[in-house]
Design a protein around this ligand. Structure first.
Ligand SMILES: *Cc1c(COP(=O)(O)O)cnc(C)c1O
Length: 380
C-alpha cells in the first residue's frame, strides 16, 4: 500500500472480529474472560495489551514503514521508555536544539541516574563522530528541530551510528511519518508525540515508538508493560482517527506554512524567517532530500529583538491562538523564551538561536488569506 492508503487501512485488517465494525471499537475494559487459566483471545489485562491500543500500534507501525509499534501515555513517556534501555555509565549524544521537555527529562532525571549526555549541534553530521567513546550507546536526533527548524541529515548520522554499533533514535514529531521516514533512512527507533500532528485536533496526549528490530521491540514492550506508561483506549481511538486524515492535513499545513513564510520574508519588521522550505534555510537541500514537503512549523524573529514587542504581537493575534503545543488543525502562536523553552537557561537557549523576539507558529489548516491578514494586523 502507498502512504495515503496505509493512513486509513494500515494494520486494520479484520480489526473487529466480533461484529466487523469499520472503525476499531473502544475496548473500555481492564480485563478479559479466560475459558480455563491461560486460555484467552490474545488479551489478559489492559496494561499489557488492549485491542484498541493494538489497532493503533499496528497503524503506527504501518505508517512509519516499521515492524513493531508501541503506544505510550505521552510523547515524553515514549522517550522515557527509550532511555530506560540504558544503564548507568552509558552516554548519549543528543541534538542541542531540542524539545524543552526532552531536555528536562535527559538533564534533570536521567543525568542523576548516571547517564551522561552530550548536547551538540548536528547540522554537520561529522561532529557526532568526535563525541563517540566506548560508553556511547544512543544518538538522539530531532529534525526539524524545535523551534529553530534546523535540519539534520538522518541518513548520514545513521551511517555513523551503524559504523560504531550505536542505536539511533529520531523524534519525528514535527515532520510526521507523512513527510519523513527515519526507519527507511537507517534509524533504529522513531518516536513521535502523537499529541501533535497524528492526533491533529488538540484533544489527546499520546506518544509512539516504532522499530524494526525484534529484540529491541521486545525490550521496549517489556518496559511498556513493566513501567506502565500506557495510553487509555479512548485516547488510542482518537489518535487512530487522527491518522486517517494525516496525509490531507499535512499537505495543507505545508501549503499554508509556505504562504506564511513567504509573506513574513517580505515584511519590513521581520529579521529572520525559519522554515525548511526556504532556499536560504540551512540544510535546505537535505530537507528536500529526506522530506516530502516542509511541514507546518514556521519561526521568526523581529528587528530590534524586543521581548516586549514579541509579547505584544502574540497578544494582538486574533485567529492564531496564543498557546503551547502544535500540530492541530487550528493555528497557534508561541513565545519559546517564556513558554516551551523557559526550562532551558537563557544563556543556553540563546546559543541555539532562541532569542527574546523569537515567535513560533504552528500554521493550521484555515484559509491562507485569513492567516496572513491576521499576521499583518498583529505586526502593525
Ligand atoms: C510535544 C513534543 C514532545 C513531547 O510529547 P508529549 O506528548 O507532550 O509528551 C516531544 N518532542 C517534540 C518535538 C514535541 O513537540
Amino acid at each position: 500500500m502507498k502512504f495515503n492508503t496505509k493512513a486509513i487501512h494500515g494494520g486494520q485488517h479484520n480489526i473487529d472480529p466480533a461484529y466487523g465494525s469499520v472503525m476499531a471499537p473502544i475496548y473500555q475494559t481492564t480485563s478479559y474472560r479466560q475459558n480455563t487459566p491461560g486460555s484467552h483471545q490474545g488479551f489478559e489485562y489492559s496494561r499489557s495489551g488492549n485491542p484498541t491500543r493494538s489497532a493503533l500500534e499496528k497503524s503506527l507501525a504501518s505508517i512509519e514503514n516499521g515492524k513493531h509499534g508501541l503506544a505510550f501515555g505521552s510523547g515524553v513517556a515514549a522517550i522515557d521508555a527509550i532511555l530506560k534501555t540504558l544503564t548507568p555509565g552509558d552516554e548519549v549524544i543528543s541534538t542541542s536544539d531540542l524539545y524543552g521537555g526532552t531536555y528536562r527529562l535527559f538533564n534533570r532525571i536521567y543525568k542523576d541516574l548516571g547517564i551522561k549526555f552530550h548536547f551538540i549541534g548536528m547540522q554537520n553530521p561529522q561532529t557526532v563522530e568526535s563525541y563517540i567513546n566506548p560508553n556511547t550507546k544512543l544518538i538522539w536526533i530531532e529534525t526539524p528541530t524545535n523551534p529553530m527548524l534546523n535540519i539534520i541529515d538522518i541518513e548520514a548520522v545513521a551511517k555513523i551510528s551503524k559504523e560504531h554499533k550505536l542505536l539511533l533514535a529520531v523524534d519525528n514529531t514535527f515532520a510526521t511519518a507523512y513527510l519523513q521516514k527515519p526507519l527507511d533512512l537507517g534509524a533504529d527507533m522513531v518516536m513521535q508525540s502523537a499529541t501533535k500532528y497524528l492526533g491533529g485536533h488538540s484533544d489527546v496526549v499520546l506518544g509512539s515508538i516504532v522499530v524494526n528490530n525484534d529484540k529491541l521491540a521486545e525490550q521496549l514492550y517489556f518496559i511498556q508493560n513493566a513501567g506502565g506508561a500506557i495510553p487509555g483506549p479512548m485516547d488510542c481511538f482518537l489518535v487512530l482517527r487522527g491518522i486517517k486524515t494525516l496525509h490531507l492535513r499535512m499537505q495543507r499545513h505545508s501549503e499554508n506554512a509556505k504562504a506564511v513564510a513567504e509573506y513574513l520574508k517580505t515584511h519590513p519588521k521581520i529579521e529572520n524567517v525559519y522554515w525548511p522550505g526556504l532556499k536560504e534555510h540551512p540544510n535546505h537541500d537535505i530537507a528536500r532530500k529526506q522530506m516530502k514537503d516542509f511541514g507546518g512549523m514556521v519561526s521568526f524573529t523581529t528587528k530590534g529583538n524586543s521581548y516586549e514587542e514579541a509579547i505584544k504581537f502574540i497578544e494582538n493575534l486574533k485567529i492564531f491562538t496564543l498557546a503551547e503545543s502544535l500540530g492541530g488543525v487550528e493555528s497557534l502562536a508561541g513565545h519559546p523564551a517564556s513558554m516551551t523553552h523557559a526550562s532551558i537557561p537563557k544563556a543556553e537557549r540563546e546559543k541555539t538561536g532562541i532569542v527574546d523576539s523569537l515567535i513560533r507558529l504552528s500554521v493550521g489548516v484555515e484559509d491562507e488569506e485569513d492567516l496572513i491578514n491576521d499576521l499583518k494586523q498583529a505586526l502593525g
